[in-house]
Each structure stands twice: as C-alpha cells, then as structure tokens.
Design a protein around this ligand. Structure first.
Ligand code: NAP
Length: 400
C-alpha cells in the first residue's frame, strides 16, 4: 500500500526555496509516528533539505543523477524503480516534494494530509491538485494547539472511480503495438470488460526510423516526435507510459526528462527478469541500432550476466527478417530464424532475448519457443502490474 503524506495550505502550498512552509505544532510528531518503521520515498531536493536520512525508516531517494550518493539511503533513478523496491503488502510513504508527489499520485492508495488553515502566496512548490470525488475523505484529528489551525485528513482512493490509465507510445512499429495491446488484454486476469486496463495508444507509425538514425544512415531524429507524443499522453492523464520498442530505449533518458510519469524501460525490465529467472548467459537478438547502442550488453553486464550477439552474417539475416519479412508483412522464414537461434545456443547461451518487438511476432508462429525470452511479454507483464492488475498466463519464468 502506498500512502502520500504531506502538509498543505489552503491552496495546496508545500514549500518555498527548498524548505517547508508549514511547521505547525504536533505535525512533526504525527509525521514521525506515522512513518517510523516504514519505507519513505523522497525526491533529491527533499533529501537535500533534511539534515540526514530519516532514522528508523528505510529511506529511498529518487534522482536522475547516476552518480548521486545519499548517506543512509538507497538511491533509485526512476519512479518505476522506486515502485519496484516497495513491498506492496506493507505501507510505504511518499514524503515529497512536489515533483515526487505528482509522479506518485496515480499509484497512491491513500493521502494523509495535514490541512493547514492558512495560505502562503510566495510558495514555489505545490501539492498536485486532485479530484476529491475520487477519494473517501476521513477527518482523523485536529492538531492540538496548532497555530494556524491544522487538521489531519485521510483520503482513500476509490479505485472504482479512478482506475489507472496506461499510455502506450507506439507505432514503433505498428504491428508490434497492436500485438502488445492484444497481449496485455489476454494476460490481464479479468472476468468482465471493466477488469481490464484503460489504455491510450498513440500509434505514431510515421515516427522516423530509430535504427536508421542511431546507425547514422538517416539524419531524421525520432526523439522530438516521441517527446511530443509522450507529453500528449501525459496531458491525457495516463499514469505511466510504456514504449513497445527496444531500439527506442536509446532515447529513454530524454523521454523520462520530458514527462513526470514513470516510463519503464523494456530493456532494464527484460534483463532484470532473466536475472530473476536464473539465466546466466543471454543471446541478444536485436536490431543493428539496439546492438550499436549496446543497450542490452550494458544492462547484462550491470546485472552480472554473460551475453553473446549473432555473427555478422547472422545479424544481417536477422535484419532481413525484421525489415524484410515482418515489417513488410511478408512470409516469415522461420527456418532462418531457428538457425540464428541455434548458433547462439551452441555458444553457451541459456536464453535468447527477443530484443526487438518484431521478433515477438515471429515467436508467436513458432512451434517451439523454449529458451526465448520475449521482451514484449516482459513489458506487458510490467505494465499490467504497474496498473495494479493481476497478470496471468505468462510462462513459467514469470513466477520465478
Ligand atoms: N509540505 C510538505 O509536506 C513537504 C514535504 C516534502 C517536501 N516539501 C517541500 O517541497 C520542496 C521540494 O520539492 P521539489 O518538487 O522541488 O523537489 P523533490 O520532489 O523533493 O525532488 C525533485 C528531484 O527529484 C528527482 N526526480 C523527480 N522526479 C523524478 C523522476 N521521475 N525520475 C528520477 N528522478 C526524479 C530529481 O532529482 P535530480 O534533479 O537529482 O535528477 C528532481 O530534481 C521543498 O520546498 C520542500 O521543503 C514539502
């Protein structure tokens, strides 16, 4: 369970010049009592505003800075990484500041707000506005002797009134996006339409080719189009954005900077998945662009996994399968695909990552897909969990 805890003014004022505005009597003891023994998650600015990590609590600090070190705290680099570190059977607290409250609001089950009966026009940080209709409001207690007056109020989210919406930055390519939607629909435990995930798909097929840009064969940069679409999805109130395209991972840092909702990485999630499943050495089947960017190689090394890539000849054949067969909607030469796979298994790989969403489309027509780890399936699993639903029918590795 995720609880946001904050002290807000009449206009949701939170802070000024990286400091608290509200220091009303009784509020700090209430904060300490409520959060002690639990995990607290905060943004880098809030951590820096504290004298030290909060005692008697597991501190998690969110920052985009890869070199950031926080004494007494775990450091994570994205909202989804923070979410994945939380034990959802226990209560965890999001303790600020403004940008972190905004990013976690869709995932919070409860808001515990100290509502201060005052305003502060100079505030530079605000709590995100939220629709009170979507919560059940309970007044817990007034803070005795607080000046100005302050009351602790609890808002419990009515999930029936406010389901999470998944944004899909798609069209990269279009067939893989359509298959991704099919996959999350098939693999969400549901007994009626309303049990499924609300999804907004932006299938921007005209996005310039990612591989051509990364390998220098084209100067048409797909990033501005992807950023525009990510911002559009965010403006439609999606809770998270997934990108069913491995090659697009190359641009993920810029996309994450451009929006405040979580953008899980298909590559980080896939490598974490194979590590959890106990594999030791992964063969990487991906586009030239993904291999050139070394996205999977770097992530495997980070997780202590071995890796192999196809020989130059097999890589050329794989690109023919992706661009010639799948993207052009022609007949797929599955024998060619199996030969490429065999060569990697012969070199000691115990799993092969389908690190291009077009290859997922090949997997579904194979008679035997054992040993293949489909990055699109891993992303679908991640998306279903992120939206608070129960995944079902994924392969044995997903229960590992
Ligand atoms: N009233 C209250 O209850 C309360 C509680 C807490 C804080 N506050 C106040 O709020 C203010 C601070 O809020 P703030 O919004 O300026 O800062 P913040 O939310 O504490 O921290 C912002 C930083 O968090 C990191 N971050 C945010 N979103 C991220 C994401 N999606 N992925 C990775 N990193 C991310 C970034 O760190 P990098 O720049 O390092 O990448 C960003 O600069 C202060 O005035 C503080 O006193 C008030």
């Amino acid at each position: 369970m995720i609880t946001i805890i904050a002290s807000v003014g009449r206009n949701l004022e939170l802070g000024y010049k990286n400091d608290l505005i509200w220091r009303v009597k009784g509020d700090l003891p209430h904060f300490r009592r409520t959060t002690s023994g639990h995990t607290v998650v905060m943004g880098q600015n809030t951590f820096e505003s504290l004298p030290a990590a909060l005692p008697d609590r597991r501190n998690i600090v969110v920052t985009l800075d890869p070199g950031y070190v926080a004494d007494g705290a775990e450091v994570v680099h994205s909202i989804e990484e923070a979410l994945s570190r939380l034990d959802h059977n226990e209560e965890s607290f999001i303790i600020g500041g403004g940008s972190i409250y905004r990013a976690f609001l869709p995932f919070a089950d409860r808001l515990c707000l100290t509502e201060v009966d005052d305003s502060f026009p100079d505030a530079d940080t605000y709590f995100p506005s939220f629709d009170k209709e979507k919560y059940t409001r309970t007044v817990l207690f007034p803070l005795e002797g607080a000046e100005p007056a302050a009351t602790v109020v609890q808002y419990d989210r009515r999930r029936d009134a406010d389901p999470l919406t998944l944004g899909v930055l798609g069209g990269l390519g279009p067939a893989a996006s359509a298959y991704f939607l099919e996959m999350i629909t098939e693999h969400t435990a549901a007994t009626c339409d309303q049990d499924h995930i609300d999804v907004l798909l932006s299938s921007r097929a005209s996005t310039p080719d990612r591989t051509a840009f990364i390998t220098g064969k084209s100067d048409k940069n797909p990033l501005p189009v992807m950023i525009r679409d990510a911002r559009y999805l965010e403006s439609c109130n999606v809770s998270a954005i997934v990108i069913p395209c491995n090659t697009a991972h190359y641009f993920i840092d810029e996309i994450r900077h451009a929006v405040s909702v979580p953008v899980p990485s298909i590559i980080t999630e896939t490598v974490a998945h194979i590590k959890r499943a106990g594999y030791k050495k992964a063969g990487i089947l991906a586009t030239d662009g993904t291999l050139r960017a070394r996205s999977y190689q770097i992530e495997c090394e980070r997780k202590g996994l071995g890796w192999e890539v196809p020989s130059a000849e097999d890589q050329a054949a794989l690109m023919e399968l992706i661009y010639g067969d799948v993207k052009q909607g022609g007949a797929i030469d599955t024998d060619k695909f199996k030969r490429i796979c065999r060569a990697l298994f012969d070199r000691g790989c115990d799993t092969l990552i389908l690190g291009c969403t077009e290859l997922s489309l090949i997997k579904r027509i194979l008679d035997d897909d054992s040993g293949l780890t489909d990055s699109l399936e891993v992303l679908a699993y991640t998306a279903i969990k992120l939206c608070g639903k129960t995944p079902c029918g994924f392969g044995k590795d997903f229960t590992a």
